[in-house]
Write a protein of this length. Structure first.
Ligand SMILES: *Cc1c(COP(=O)(O)O)cnc(C)c1O
Length: 361
Protein backbone atom coordinates (compact mmCIF):
# COMPACT_ATOMS: atom_id res chain seq x y z
CA UNK A 1 0.00 0.00 0.00
CA UNK A 2 1.38 3.40 -1.01
CA UNK A 3 -1.02 5.86 0.67
CA UNK A 4 -2.84 6.20 3.96
CA UNK A 5 -5.52 3.72 2.95
CA UNK A 6 -6.79 1.92 -0.11
CA UNK A 7 -9.60 4.40 -0.78
CA UNK A 8 -9.48 6.20 -4.10
CA UNK A 9 -10.83 9.69 -4.83
CA UNK A 10 -14.56 9.66 -5.52
CA UNK A 11 -16.19 11.95 -8.09
CA UNK A 12 -19.52 13.57 -7.19
CA UNK A 13 -22.38 11.07 -7.19
CA UNK A 14 -23.94 12.54 -10.35
CA UNK A 15 -20.84 11.86 -12.45
CA UNK A 16 -21.46 8.13 -12.69
CA UNK A 17 -25.01 8.86 -13.87
CA UNK A 18 -24.00 10.97 -16.90
CA UNK A 19 -25.31 9.23 -20.04
CA UNK A 20 -22.73 8.59 -22.78
CA UNK A 21 -22.79 10.79 -25.87
CA UNK A 22 -23.07 8.53 -28.90
CA UNK A 23 -21.28 10.28 -31.76
CA UNK A 24 -22.31 9.67 -35.35
CA UNK A 25 -20.22 6.83 -36.76
CA UNK A 26 -17.74 7.58 -39.54
CA UNK A 27 -18.47 5.80 -42.82
CA UNK A 28 -16.98 2.34 -43.26
CA UNK A 29 -14.81 2.05 -46.37
CA UNK A 30 -16.34 -0.32 -48.94
CA UNK A 31 -14.61 -1.56 -52.03
CA UNK A 32 -15.82 0.12 -55.18
CA UNK A 33 -18.33 2.27 -53.29
CA UNK A 34 -17.96 5.86 -52.12
CA UNK A 35 -19.33 6.03 -48.61
CA UNK A 36 -21.07 9.02 -47.07
CA UNK A 37 -21.55 10.19 -43.49
CA UNK A 38 -25.12 11.22 -42.77
CA UNK A 39 -24.86 10.60 -39.04
CA UNK A 40 -23.88 13.95 -37.48
CA UNK A 41 -25.90 16.66 -39.28
CA UNK A 42 -22.71 18.09 -40.72
CA UNK A 43 -22.54 20.43 -43.68
CA UNK A 44 -21.40 18.39 -46.70
CA UNK A 45 -19.79 21.39 -48.42
CA UNK A 46 -16.02 21.88 -48.02
CA UNK A 47 -14.88 25.21 -46.53
CA UNK A 48 -14.80 28.33 -48.73
CA UNK A 49 -11.29 29.36 -49.86
CA UNK A 50 -11.60 32.70 -48.05
CA UNK A 51 -12.35 30.95 -44.77
CA UNK A 52 -9.39 28.58 -45.18
CA UNK A 53 -7.16 31.56 -45.91
CA UNK A 54 -8.29 33.43 -42.78
CA UNK A 55 -7.64 30.33 -40.69
CA UNK A 56 -4.19 29.68 -42.24
CA UNK A 57 -3.10 33.13 -41.16
CA UNK A 58 -3.85 32.16 -37.54
CA UNK A 59 -2.24 28.72 -37.88
CA UNK A 60 1.14 30.42 -38.28
CA UNK A 61 0.61 31.98 -34.83
CA UNK A 62 -0.48 28.85 -32.96
CA UNK A 63 2.16 29.43 -30.28
CA UNK A 64 0.17 32.48 -29.11
CA UNK A 65 -3.05 32.38 -27.10
CA UNK A 66 -6.20 33.49 -28.90
CA UNK A 67 -7.84 36.82 -28.09
CA UNK A 68 -9.58 35.92 -24.84
CA UNK A 69 -12.01 38.80 -25.30
CA UNK A 70 -13.06 37.54 -28.75
CA UNK A 71 -13.24 41.26 -29.58
CA UNK A 72 -13.48 41.07 -33.37
CA UNK A 73 -15.97 38.21 -33.42
CA UNK A 74 -18.17 39.87 -30.80
CA UNK A 75 -18.14 43.08 -32.86
CA UNK A 76 -18.97 41.23 -36.08
CA UNK A 77 -21.88 39.41 -34.42
CA UNK A 78 -23.20 42.55 -32.73
CA UNK A 79 -23.31 44.28 -36.12
CA UNK A 80 -24.80 41.29 -37.89
CA UNK A 81 -27.57 40.78 -35.32
CA UNK A 82 -28.02 44.44 -34.38
CA UNK A 83 -27.62 43.73 -30.67
CA UNK A 84 -25.26 45.21 -28.05
CA UNK A 85 -22.03 43.30 -27.47
CA UNK A 86 -23.02 43.07 -23.78
CA UNK A 87 -25.86 40.73 -24.75
CA UNK A 88 -23.62 38.17 -26.47
CA UNK A 89 -21.68 35.16 -25.19
CA UNK A 90 -19.31 32.97 -27.18
CA UNK A 91 -18.41 29.38 -26.40
CA UNK A 92 -17.01 26.17 -27.83
CA UNK A 93 -20.12 25.37 -29.85
CA UNK A 94 -23.64 25.78 -28.58
CA UNK A 95 -23.04 22.67 -26.48
CA UNK A 96 -20.53 24.79 -24.58
CA UNK A 97 -23.21 27.43 -24.07
CA UNK A 98 -25.67 24.88 -22.71
CA UNK A 99 -23.08 23.82 -20.13
CA UNK A 100 -22.57 27.47 -19.20
CA UNK A 101 -26.30 28.08 -18.81
CA UNK A 102 -26.60 25.14 -16.44
CA UNK A 103 -23.45 26.01 -14.51
CA UNK A 104 -24.55 29.60 -14.06
CA UNK A 105 -28.22 28.97 -13.20
CA UNK A 106 -28.70 25.51 -11.66
CA UNK A 107 -28.12 24.37 -8.11
CA UNK A 108 -27.95 20.62 -7.45
CA UNK A 109 -31.41 18.99 -7.74
CA UNK A 110 -32.86 21.91 -9.70
CA UNK A 111 -34.96 20.76 -12.61
CA UNK A 112 -34.41 21.33 -16.30
CA UNK A 113 -37.45 20.65 -18.48
CA UNK A 114 -36.89 19.60 -22.07
CA UNK A 115 -38.57 17.62 -24.81
CA UNK A 116 -37.64 13.99 -25.42
CA UNK A 117 -36.50 12.58 -27.78
CA UNK A 118 -34.51 15.75 -28.33
CA UNK A 119 -30.84 16.75 -28.48
CA UNK A 120 -28.88 14.06 -26.69
CA UNK A 121 -26.47 16.55 -25.11
CA UNK A 122 -29.26 17.91 -22.86
CA UNK A 123 -29.49 15.08 -20.31
CA UNK A 124 -25.70 14.75 -20.39
CA UNK A 125 -25.15 18.42 -19.58
CA UNK A 126 -27.97 18.50 -17.03
CA UNK A 127 -26.65 15.45 -15.18
CA UNK A 128 -23.10 16.83 -15.28
CA UNK A 129 -24.46 19.95 -13.55
CA UNK A 130 -26.02 17.69 -10.84
CA UNK A 131 -29.42 18.99 -11.92
CA UNK A 132 -32.39 16.80 -12.84
CA UNK A 133 -33.48 16.26 -16.39
CA UNK A 134 -37.31 16.33 -16.75
CA UNK A 135 -38.16 14.82 -20.12
CA UNK A 136 -41.47 15.63 -21.77
CA UNK A 137 -42.33 13.28 -24.64
CA UNK A 138 -42.68 14.85 -28.09
CA UNK A 139 -46.01 14.35 -29.86
CA UNK A 140 -46.65 11.53 -32.35
CA UNK A 141 -45.49 13.90 -35.11
CA UNK A 142 -42.22 14.70 -33.32
CA UNK A 143 -43.27 18.15 -32.11
CA UNK A 144 -42.67 19.78 -28.75
CA UNK A 145 -45.71 19.34 -26.49
CA UNK A 146 -45.55 22.86 -25.09
CA UNK A 147 -48.68 22.39 -22.98
CA UNK A 148 -47.16 19.33 -21.28
CA UNK A 149 -43.87 21.19 -20.85
CA UNK A 150 -45.71 24.00 -19.04
CA UNK A 151 -47.38 21.40 -16.83
CA UNK A 152 -43.94 19.93 -16.03
CA UNK A 153 -42.65 23.21 -14.56
CA UNK A 154 -42.40 23.01 -10.75
CA UNK A 155 -40.95 25.04 -7.88
CA UNK A 156 -37.60 23.42 -8.67
CA UNK A 157 -37.53 24.28 -12.37
CA UNK A 158 -34.72 26.67 -13.26
CA UNK A 159 -34.38 26.14 -17.00
CA UNK A 160 -36.57 25.02 -19.89
CA UNK A 161 -34.92 23.99 -23.15
CA UNK A 162 -36.82 24.46 -26.42
CA UNK A 163 -35.05 22.79 -29.33
CA UNK A 164 -36.36 24.28 -32.55
CA UNK A 165 -36.15 22.67 -35.05
CA UNK A 166 -36.03 19.60 -32.83
CA UNK A 167 -33.05 17.30 -33.25
CA UNK A 168 -33.61 14.47 -34.17
CA UNK A 169 -37.32 14.55 -35.10
CA UNK A 170 -37.31 17.67 -37.32
CA UNK A 171 -40.35 19.92 -36.63
CA UNK A 172 -39.90 23.51 -35.48
CA UNK A 173 -42.04 25.43 -33.02
CA UNK A 174 -44.00 28.36 -34.50
CA UNK A 175 -43.41 31.93 -33.35
CA UNK A 176 -46.94 32.39 -32.06
CA UNK A 177 -46.86 29.08 -30.17
CA UNK A 178 -43.57 30.08 -28.56
CA UNK A 179 -44.91 33.52 -27.61
CA UNK A 180 -48.00 31.94 -26.03
CA UNK A 181 -45.66 29.56 -24.16
CA UNK A 182 -43.33 32.31 -22.94
CA UNK A 183 -46.29 34.33 -21.73
CA UNK A 184 -47.12 31.47 -19.36
CA UNK A 185 -43.65 30.42 -18.18
CA UNK A 186 -42.84 32.01 -14.79
CA UNK A 187 -40.51 34.97 -15.36
CA UNK A 188 -37.80 33.56 -13.07
CA UNK A 189 -37.43 30.42 -15.23
CA UNK A 190 -34.84 30.70 -17.98
CA UNK A 191 -35.98 29.51 -21.42
CA UNK A 192 -33.18 28.42 -23.72
CA UNK A 193 -34.25 28.49 -27.36
CA UNK A 194 -31.76 26.21 -29.12
CA UNK A 195 -31.66 27.46 -32.69
CA UNK A 196 -28.80 25.29 -33.98
CA UNK A 197 -30.66 24.84 -37.29
CA UNK A 198 -32.36 28.24 -37.57
CA UNK A 199 -30.91 28.91 -41.04
CA UNK A 200 -32.69 25.83 -42.43
CA UNK A 201 -36.21 26.75 -41.28
CA UNK A 202 -38.75 27.38 -44.06
CA UNK A 203 -42.22 27.69 -42.57
CA UNK A 204 -44.95 30.23 -42.03
CA UNK A 205 -44.81 31.93 -38.66
CA UNK A 206 -41.16 30.92 -38.13
CA UNK A 207 -39.61 31.83 -34.77
CA UNK A 208 -38.03 35.29 -34.70
CA UNK A 209 -35.56 34.59 -31.93
CA UNK A 210 -34.10 38.08 -31.81
CA UNK A 211 -37.58 39.56 -31.31
CA UNK A 212 -38.17 37.11 -28.44
CA UNK A 213 -34.90 38.02 -26.75
CA UNK A 214 -35.81 41.72 -26.99
CA UNK A 215 -39.21 41.07 -25.36
CA UNK A 216 -38.47 38.42 -22.73
CA UNK A 217 -35.67 38.93 -20.16
CA UNK A 218 -35.73 35.19 -19.40
CA UNK A 219 -34.94 34.05 -22.98
CA UNK A 220 -31.52 32.81 -24.11
CA UNK A 221 -31.01 32.07 -27.80
CA UNK A 222 -28.23 29.66 -28.65
CA UNK A 223 -26.86 29.41 -32.18
CA UNK A 224 -23.88 27.75 -33.79
CA UNK A 225 -21.43 27.99 -36.65
CA UNK A 226 -21.32 24.16 -36.79
CA UNK A 227 -24.22 23.43 -39.11
CA UNK A 228 -25.20 26.11 -41.67
CA UNK A 229 -21.72 27.67 -41.66
CA UNK A 230 -19.86 24.37 -41.85
CA UNK A 231 -17.45 24.91 -38.95
CA UNK A 232 -18.32 21.85 -36.83
CA UNK A 233 -14.68 20.96 -36.28
CA UNK A 234 -13.73 24.36 -34.86
CA UNK A 235 -16.30 24.52 -32.03
CA UNK A 236 -17.83 27.96 -31.95
CA UNK A 237 -21.34 29.07 -31.09
CA UNK A 238 -23.00 32.09 -29.49
CA UNK A 239 -25.82 33.00 -27.18
CA UNK A 240 -27.99 36.11 -27.23
CA UNK A 241 -29.67 37.17 -23.98
CA UNK A 242 -30.40 40.39 -22.16
CA UNK A 243 -27.41 41.82 -20.35
CA UNK A 244 -27.81 40.41 -16.80
CA UNK A 245 -28.17 36.86 -18.12
CA UNK A 246 -25.42 37.29 -20.70
CA UNK A 247 -23.08 38.59 -18.00
CA UNK A 248 -23.71 35.46 -15.92
CA UNK A 249 -23.04 33.25 -18.95
CA UNK A 250 -19.78 35.03 -19.75
CA UNK A 251 -18.69 34.75 -16.11
CA UNK A 252 -18.47 30.96 -16.41
CA UNK A 253 -16.73 30.97 -19.81
CA UNK A 254 -13.70 28.75 -20.09
CA UNK A 255 -10.79 31.20 -20.41
CA UNK A 256 -9.46 31.15 -24.00
CA UNK A 257 -12.11 28.55 -24.84
CA UNK A 258 -12.79 29.72 -28.39
CA UNK A 259 -9.61 29.13 -30.38
CA UNK A 260 -8.05 31.66 -32.69
CA UNK A 261 -8.79 29.52 -35.74
CA UNK A 262 -12.43 29.31 -34.68
CA UNK A 263 -12.67 33.08 -34.20
CA UNK A 264 -11.04 33.74 -37.59
CA UNK A 265 -13.22 31.16 -39.35
CA UNK A 266 -16.39 32.57 -37.80
CA UNK A 267 -15.54 36.14 -38.78
CA UNK A 268 -14.65 35.07 -42.34
CA UNK A 269 -17.92 33.10 -42.48
CA UNK A 270 -19.96 36.15 -41.48
CA UNK A 271 -18.15 38.06 -44.26
CA UNK A 272 -19.02 35.26 -46.70
CA UNK A 273 -22.51 34.78 -45.33
CA UNK A 274 -24.34 35.32 -48.62
CA UNK A 275 -22.38 32.53 -50.28
CA UNK A 276 -22.81 30.20 -47.30
CA UNK A 277 -26.54 30.84 -47.19
CA UNK A 278 -26.79 29.93 -50.89
CA UNK A 279 -25.42 26.54 -49.91
CA UNK A 280 -28.03 26.32 -47.17
CA UNK A 281 -30.63 27.06 -49.84
CA UNK A 282 -29.28 24.12 -51.88
CA UNK A 283 -29.51 21.86 -48.83
CA UNK A 284 -33.07 23.02 -48.17
CA UNK A 285 -33.93 22.16 -51.79
CA UNK A 286 -32.32 18.74 -51.31
CA UNK A 287 -34.34 18.28 -48.13
CA UNK A 288 -37.54 18.97 -50.06
CA UNK A 289 -36.46 16.50 -52.73
CA UNK A 290 -35.71 13.82 -50.13
CA UNK A 291 -38.99 14.36 -48.27
CA UNK A 292 -40.93 14.16 -51.56
CA UNK A 293 -38.96 11.09 -52.69
CA UNK A 294 -39.66 9.36 -49.39
CA UNK A 295 -43.33 10.23 -49.58
CA UNK A 296 -43.52 8.69 -53.06
CA UNK A 297 -42.27 5.39 -51.65
CA UNK A 298 -44.68 5.50 -48.71
CA UNK A 299 -42.62 7.19 -45.99
CA UNK A 300 -44.21 10.23 -44.41
CA UNK A 301 -41.50 11.67 -42.21
CA UNK A 302 -42.21 14.41 -39.63
CA UNK A 303 -41.96 18.00 -40.91
CA UNK A 304 -38.21 18.38 -41.57
CA UNK A 305 -37.04 21.92 -40.72
CA UNK A 306 -33.38 21.11 -40.02
CA UNK A 307 -30.73 19.51 -42.25
CA UNK A 308 -31.97 16.00 -41.44
CA UNK A 309 -34.99 13.69 -41.64
CA UNK A 310 -36.38 11.33 -39.01
CA UNK A 311 -37.61 7.78 -39.55
CA UNK A 312 -39.68 6.37 -36.73
CA UNK A 313 -38.76 2.68 -36.78
CA UNK A 314 -39.11 1.29 -33.27
CA UNK A 315 -37.71 -2.23 -33.18
CA UNK A 316 -36.66 -1.99 -36.85
CA UNK A 317 -34.19 0.83 -36.15
CA UNK A 318 -31.03 -1.27 -36.16
CA UNK A 319 -32.13 -3.15 -39.28
CA UNK A 320 -32.62 0.14 -41.13
CA UNK A 321 -29.20 1.43 -40.03
CA UNK A 322 -27.64 -1.82 -41.27
CA UNK A 323 -29.39 -1.52 -44.63
CA UNK A 324 -28.06 2.02 -44.92
CA UNK A 325 -24.55 0.82 -44.02
CA UNK A 326 -24.74 -1.80 -46.76
CA UNK A 327 -25.65 0.96 -49.22
CA UNK A 328 -22.62 3.01 -48.16
CA UNK A 329 -24.39 5.64 -46.08
CA UNK A 330 -23.98 5.97 -42.35
CA UNK A 331 -27.06 7.21 -40.47
CA UNK A 332 -27.65 7.80 -36.76
CA UNK A 333 -29.78 5.12 -35.11
CA UNK A 334 -31.48 5.69 -31.75
CA UNK A 335 -32.04 2.09 -30.70
CA UNK A 336 -35.71 1.17 -30.31
CA UNK A 337 -36.86 4.59 -31.54
CA UNK A 338 -35.75 5.58 -34.99
CA UNK A 339 -33.08 6.79 -37.36
CA UNK A 340 -31.92 10.31 -38.11
CA UNK A 341 -30.35 10.86 -41.51
CA UNK A 342 -28.63 14.12 -42.42
CA UNK A 343 -29.18 15.80 -45.76
CA UNK A 344 -25.84 15.37 -47.51
CA UNK A 345 -24.43 15.03 -51.00
CA UNK A 346 -26.98 14.42 -53.79
CA UNK A 347 -25.68 10.88 -54.31
CA UNK A 348 -25.95 10.14 -50.59
CA UNK A 349 -29.52 11.47 -50.49
CA UNK A 350 -30.45 9.33 -53.51
CA UNK A 351 -29.15 6.27 -51.69
CA UNK A 352 -31.13 7.19 -48.59
CA UNK A 353 -34.35 7.28 -50.61
CA UNK A 354 -33.42 3.95 -52.25
CA UNK A 355 -32.72 2.31 -48.87
CA UNK A 356 -36.06 3.52 -47.49
CA UNK A 357 -37.91 2.38 -50.63
CA UNK A 358 -36.47 -1.13 -50.37
CA UNK A 359 -36.82 -1.42 -46.60
CA UNK A 360 -39.30 -3.93 -45.22
CA UNK A 361 -40.87 -2.22 -42.19
C1 LIG B 1 -25.64 20.31 -33.47
C2 LIG B 1 -26.50 20.86 -32.39
C3 LIG B 1 -26.02 21.85 -31.52
C4 LIG B 1 -24.73 22.51 -31.69
O1 LIG B 1 -23.64 21.90 -31.53
P1 LIG B 1 -22.26 22.67 -31.47
O2 LIG B 1 -21.48 22.04 -32.53
O3 LIG B 1 -21.80 22.43 -30.09
O4 LIG B 1 -22.50 24.13 -31.72
C5 LIG B 1 -26.85 22.38 -30.57
N1 LIG B 1 -28.11 21.98 -30.47
C6 LIG B 1 -28.61 21.07 -31.28
C7 LIG B 1 -30.02 20.70 -31.16
C8 LIG B 1 -27.82 20.47 -32.26
O5 LIG B 1 -28.32 19.54 -33.04
Amino acid sequence: MTGQSSRIPQPRANIGAIPAYVPGKPPVAREGLTTYKLSSNENPYPPLPGVVEAVSEVVSRMNRYPDMGNVDLFAALATRLDVPVEDLTLATGSVGLIYQVLQAFCDPADEVVHAWRSFEAYPIAVTAAAATSVRVPVTATGEHDLEAMLAAITERTKVVMVCTPNNPTGPAVSHSALVAFLDRVPSHVLVVVDEAYVEFVRMDDAVDGIALYRTYPNVVLTRTFSKAYGLANFRVGYAVAQEPTATALRAVSLPFGVSGVAQAAAIASLDAEAELLERVEELVAERARVVAGLSEVGWDVPDAQGNFVWFELGERTTAFAEAADAAGIVVRPFAGEGVRASIGEVEANDRLIAVAAAFDR
